[in-house]
Write a protein that binds this ligand. Structure first.
Ligand code: WTA
Length: 654
């Protein structure tokens, strides 16, 4: 972190002075429209959160709301609760039995709908299948599935048994899957023969077989058939079991386990500043309360809403705001398997129009792609059903915000720019759409009950201005640990300004009105198209190639992805740099990690610029990558150029 200044170059943001008040009708009907809530929640955060907790079904009430021994928090101590009961049973057995829970659309256009009543049956059957395969309370289940209805069903079935699900995004490689399975010591892997992506097929079963070659903890594989798919794969007798065959054999009732509020609900791996991804661990009670509360107030979910979150369940956004948050609220959720440009660039708008989506949640990287493709694709469809828009995953630039507001929202829909992380479990900084005047590019204010702050290098709070974003108060859905590595949890998040100050890893500014403007990561994590990519992970993957001597990876501004991966590579003596070698290294990274981590650019260099103490000068590399200030360095064909640049740079820095 030391060579970073989080506030560099972002002053322009604060010249943004447009403000959009909540439309009067929206304000009047919003789930929360009383601005006094901020003060009340601030005065009694525990009371604030327990009011939401009381709206959920507990089989035993909690004795105490919070036990805070920094950095260890326990919420709703003594309470017993089951996530699947709250997401499904209480709707299926109540007024929502015939209400649609999931409206699913596959990339090729196939469709499926599950009512709450039907979901109730599927989840119980699936829980029985998992039990049959030896899964019980506390066991870890790795889930490597495409975006098909079986994915939320499997998660809820795990929750029903008190088993811990850990979803691995379908774009990750066999090696990444294997590392995660081994780290969590998963007993079962749930996968599918394949999934559709951009018209092609992702051979998930083949990749899984590679991963399982070296994952001895996995005893069984539950294999879902993605309907309509023809892709070759092996079935390993005794280990692999067809989902549809087992589902046909089991009973359709499965009593829910009474889980402890602090029982693990799931782990989800995310990139950090070292080579090894972290298994972020979330527990049951607090996570449910956090996602329930934020989905209700931020997305203003009402009985007749059709809610669509376009994120993949392989990421935390899909967990919290496609599965848990909206289902806890009894909402109808649209789920889409594929890419936004398949078969055409209007696919998302076609889905919004056909399903009459009312609340839509997506990422700035998608919005910037839509901008580039042009508004004509949006205009082809009737989007008048939309009433609220959301954004997540990276800072949204004011231009993209305005485009989204104008072209998608028809200037009638508020936009909630929601800041949060895998670690935070639920949204922490966000407008409340019936209360907060919006400033394009700002995630605005903390959700009630929270206390984020901006601090300087030495930990001094900044009233107005920039610095490091921290959280100074515990919240129910906060991560409890890094799976299997509590020391790393303490060292990563709670070791900079005291044990009770959560370090987000983001830089931000706060303005005179108390609005937060997020500025991106201040550590060695990149945000590529809304996905976290650790520079060290990519570096390790590169040096793993037998012809690479050294590598350094930095981010570079990218028009659509926000950041692109830019790698500086020194080849071993005698190895020739070439375009073919660039492609070979890119493929090598894809194979080691997954396509999302593939360097967009590889620059050859005879050496890497280091400080006298041996630290790679990342700022210099970033400036070179950006082509900034150092003359024409669009190509580093001359291998001595970095050495020259370093001299120039050192002179300049004085
Ligand atoms: C970034 C995704 C600005 C931030 C939910 C954070 C954002 C990282 C926003 C977490 C936003 C997320 N504005 N930046 N609205 N939302 N980020 O764990 O850098 O995949 O630290 O969670 O995304 O990414 P993660």
């Amino acid at each position: 972190m030391a060579d970073e200044k989080p506030t560099d170059g972002f002053d322009a943001l604060l010249t943004e002075d447009r403000v959009f008040e909540p439309p009067e009708e929206f304000r009047r009907n919003a789930n929360i429209n009383d601005p006094g809530i901020y003060e009340r929640a601030d005065a009694d955060p525990e009371g604030f959160w327990s009011d939401f907790a009381k709206e959920l079904d507990w089989s035993r009430p909690w004795d105490r709301v919070l036990d805070w021994q920094p950095p260890d928090a326990k919420w709703f101590i003594g309470g017993k609760i089951n996530a699947s009961v709250n997401c499904v049973d209480r709707h299926a057995l109540g007024q929502r039995r015939d209400k649609r829970a999931i409206v699913w659309e596959g990339e090729p256009g196939d469709q499926k709908t599950l009512t709450y009543g039907e979901l109730h049956v599927e989840v119980q059957k699936c829980a029985n299948v998992l039990q049959k395969l030896g899964v019980g309370h506390g066991d870890r289940v790795a889930v490597y599935l495409p975006m098909i209805p079986e994915l939320p069903i499997v998660l809820l079935a795990c929750a029903r048994l008190g088993a811990v699900h850990s979803v691995v995004f379908g774009g990750f490689s066999a090696e990444s899957l294997r590392d995660r399975i081994n780290d969590m010591q998963a007993k079962l892997l749930v996968t599918a023969d394949g999934g559709y992506r951009r018209g092609g097929i992702v051979p998930l079963k083949q990749i899984s077989d590679d991963a399982l070659d070296g994952s001895p903890s996995v005893e069984n594989v539950l294999l879902v058939k993605r309907e309509g798919l023809e892709t070759p794969f092996n079935v390993v007798a005794g280990r692999d079991h067809w989902y549809h065959e087992l589902m046909a054999q089991v009973s359709d009732t499965c009593p829910p386990r009474e889980n402890d509020a602090e029982d693990l609900l799931f782990t989800l791996y995310t990139s950090g500043t070292t080579g090894k991804p972290k298994g972020i661990a979330h527990t049951t009670g607090g996570y449910l309360v956090g996602t329930y509360a934020t989905a209700k107030w931020v997305f203003d979910l009402k009985e007749d809403d059709i809610y669509w979150c376009s994120a993949d369940i392989g990421w935390v956004t899909g967990h919290s705001y496609l599965v848990y948050g909206p289902l806890l609220n009894g909402a109808t959720c649209v789920m889409y398997e594929g890419a936004p440009d398949t078969p055409g660039r209007d696919r998302f708008w076609d889905i919004c129009a056909r399903h009459k989506v009312t609340v839509f949640y997506t990422a700035p990287t998608a919005i910037r792609a839509f901008m580039k493709w042009g508004p004509e694709h949006v205009r082809k469809h009737d989007l008048s059903s939309l009433r609220l828009l959301g954004s997540v995953g990276e800072p949204i630039n004011p231009e993209a915000w305005m485009w989204y507001y104008h072209h998608v929202g028809g200037e009638r829909c508020p936009i909630v720019d929601t800041w949060w992380q895998t670690e935070t479990g639920s949204i922490l900084i966000t407008p409340l759409p019936g209360i907060t005047p919006l400033k394009p590019g700002s995630a605005s204010r903390p959700f009630p009950g929270l206390k984020p702050a901006i601090v300087t290098e030495s930990g001094e709070p900044v009233k107005v201005g920039g610095g490091y974003l921290v959280q100074t108060r515990p919240w129910p859905s906060m991560l409890r640990t890094i799976y299997g590595d509590h020391d790393r949890f303490v060292a990563t998040y709670w070791n900079r300004w005291g044990r009770d100050v959560y370090v987000t890893g983001d830089g931000a500014k706060v303005d005179e009105d108390g609005y937060f403007w997020l500025l991106g990561r201040v550590d060695d994590v990149l945000n590529v198209a809304g996905h976290r990519v650790g520079t060290m992970e990519v570096e390790s993957a590169l040096v793993d190639h037998q012809e690479v001597a050294e590598a350094a990876v930095v981010g570079k501004a990218h028009e659509i992805k926000g950041q692109a991966v830019c790698a500086f590579v020194t080849l071993k003596e005698g190895v020739q740099a070439s375009d073919a070698k660039v492609e070979e290294l890119r493929q090598h990274v894809a194979q080691k990690i997954g396509a999302i981590a593939k360097p967009d650019e590889i620059l050859w260099t005879a050496d890497l610029p280091k400080t006298r103490s041996g630290k790679i000068m990342r700022r210099l590399l970033r400036d070179i990558a950006a082509g900034k200030a150092l003359g024409d360095v669009t190509t580093l064909a001359d291998p001595s150029i970095v050495a020259k640049l370093r001299e120039q740079y050192e002179d300049k820095e004085g």
